[in-house]
Design a protein around this ligand. Structure first.
Ligand code: KIV
Ligand code: ZN
Length: 524
């Protein structure tokens, strides 16, 4: 494939995506996501903003060590300290990218940076060449690009390329542009910047007007060859362009957009589920490509047409994005070997023997309770084993009894293992979940805000497993816990405990000052 026809996919789920309020991810989760992204075929992974906090630094550094094909990238403002920190986090990788940015719109230069256009111009020379001395893969972004004067943008882009940037990113920071305008911006840069052939132009579109994907594709049709995007479109405010949507649009309308991405589209569904699980952000049912209903045909006329010829109402197959027909997979007589094979077919190739053994035990218990076990059940069960049985957990649920129903106040009796010591409590509450959460608070006193409590049935039927997501917040830090069980109340207790265990780890790892600084950095 000639580079000219290739559109590079730059994922920023773990940087811009993580800037969605409440979407914080732990180090382990980021590593898990990175492995899937690497397999997915993402070209460049923006792993974080290393100066923002020790946690961000550690994550970028760890991710840069696990990627096999994708190029790791870190974000840095125009500051030598930022760029050095970015370099320190990435330097272990054989190839890495430093992405440095500064605002170029009159509004941002005056009110945010308090700098003149000349000062910003000088800063480009100084900081892009500084980054270029540390790596030959430098990306430069003109923040608020779509509200920047075009002549000034051309001058700054020319200088950034002259100073060593190989990728020039044009952010629609506030999601303000429309496809026709964005087309003109890219065309103007291609026509007016004398050294533009020495760089790749990139799009970075936010979704405030619901146009992020349309604007990104318009940019590519005008000549951009990199799209910055996030899985499920998560990101600041209304989010970023959704990776799965831009990729499938290019693939499905290749007659109009004859470009290729290196994405293995059959992993899109897996990546979407993983990001949704980790962030606790549900994917809306009618979300293009990865929503639960994206391939469901309800109306009789459509179903009839589908039976005669799938092309009547299907522009891409569910299989092409990794959606498999729900299948009855296993029963209580299935053995270890079949279970392990199933895990591999579901994409869990590198689980440790401990995790497999544990999940197999849970599978047997589930098979006794539930008549039909589906792929989704196995996935929920393994994901649950990975979270609940994590050796780093301080708190483990030992037993739970709940008394619910009409008349009496709801009551929970609980035993927890906290640092190896068994403690018990009993609490009443405003509903069984409230009673359960009060027990946890009683046994391990803490002060967090519950931001989200959400229940999903994994499959159909009243014997379905429930996946519960809980997001808690403490001093501006958030964590998400998830757990699955056929008993929704057991899943609720485990999900809350999982969020709390993560918060305890986060507390230990992040100094409070740095966390405040992180907010300040992100707010610039
Ligand atoms: O939206 C934006 O402008 C950004 C830049 C840092 C690239 O995220
Ligand atoms: Zn952005």
């Amino acid at each position: 494939m000639a580079d000219k026809d290739k559109v590079f996919i730059f994922d920023t789920t773990m940087r811009d995506g993580e800037q969605s309020p409440g979407a914080s991810m732990s180090l382990e989760e980021k590593i898990q996501i990175s492995r899937v992204f690497d397999e997915l075929g993402i070209d460049i992974i923006e792993a974080g903003f290393p100066i923002a906090s020790p946690g961000d630094f550690e994550a970028v550094s760890a991710i840069s060590k696990v990627l096999k094909k994708s190029i790791p990238c870190g974000l840095a403002r125009h500051s030598k300290k930022d760029i050095d920190r970015c370099y320190e986090a990435l330097k272990h990788a054989s190839r890495f990218r430093i992405h440095t940015f500064i605002s170029t719109s009159p509004l941002h230069m005056k009110h945010k940076l308090n700098k003149t256009p000349e000062q910003v111009y000088e800063s480009i020379k100084e900081h892009v060449s500084y980054a270029r001395n540390l790596t030959d893969d430098v990306e430069w972004s003109c923040e608020d690009g779509t509200r920047t004067d075009m002549d000034y943008m051309c001058k700054t882009v020319e200088l950034a390329i002259k100073s060593g940037a190989k990728t020039i990113n044009i952010p629609d920071t506030v999601g303000y542009t429309v496809p026709s305008e964005f087309t003109k911006i890219i065309e103007t840069l291609l026509n007016k910047v004398p050294n533009i052939d020495k760089a790749i132009l990139s799009t970075h579109c936010h979704n405030d007007l619901g146009l992020a994907v349309a604007n990104s594709l318009a940019g590519v049709q005008a000549g951009a060859r990199q799209i910055e995007c996030t899985i499920n479109g998560i990101g600041e405010r209304a989010g970023n362009a959704a990776l799965e949507e831009v990729v499938m649009a290019i693939r499905t309308r290749n007659d109009l957009m004859p470009y290729e991405t290196g994405i293995n589209t059959t992993l899109l569904s897996k990546a979407s589920k993983l990001v949704s699980n980790v962030t606790g952000f549900p994917v809306q049912f009618n979300k293009a490509i990865v929503g639960k209903n994206a391939f469901a045909h309800e109306s009789g006329i459509h179903q009839d047409g589908m039976l005669k010829n799938r092309n009547t109402y299907e522009i891409m197959t569910p299989e092409s994005v990794g959606v498999k027909q729900t299948s009855l997979v296993m029963g209580k007589h299935s053995g270890r070997h079949a279970f392990k094979d199933k895990l591999i077919s579901l994409g869990y190739a590198d689980l440790t023997d401990d995790v497999i053994e544990n999940a197999f035990g849970k599978f047997k218990i589930l098979a006794d309770k539930k008549k039909h076990i589906y792929d989704e059940d196995i996935i929920a069960l393994v994901d649950d084993s990975l979270v609940v049985d994590n050796k780093a957990n301080k708190i483990i649920l030992k037993s739970l009894k709940v008394f619910a129903g009409t008349g009496e106040p709801q009551k929970a009796e609980m035993k927890l293992d906290i640092d190896g010591q068994i403690k018990s409590a009993s609490e009443t509450g405003d509903g069984p979940v409230d009673a359960i959460f009060k027990c946890i608070k009683n046994l391990y006193p803490h002060d967090v805000n519950l931001q989200l409590y959400q229940v999903h049935a994994v499959t159909e039927g009243t014997d379905a497993q429930a996946t519960v997501s809980v997001r808690i917040e403490e001093n501006g830090k958030t964590t998400v816990g998830q757990a699955a069980d056929t008993d929704t109340l057991v899943a609720s207790a485990n999900a809350y405990i999982a969020a709390l265990n993560k918060m305890i780890i986060k507390r230990d790892k992040t100094a409070p000052m740095m966390e405040q600084e992180k907010e300040k950095v992100r707010g610039i």
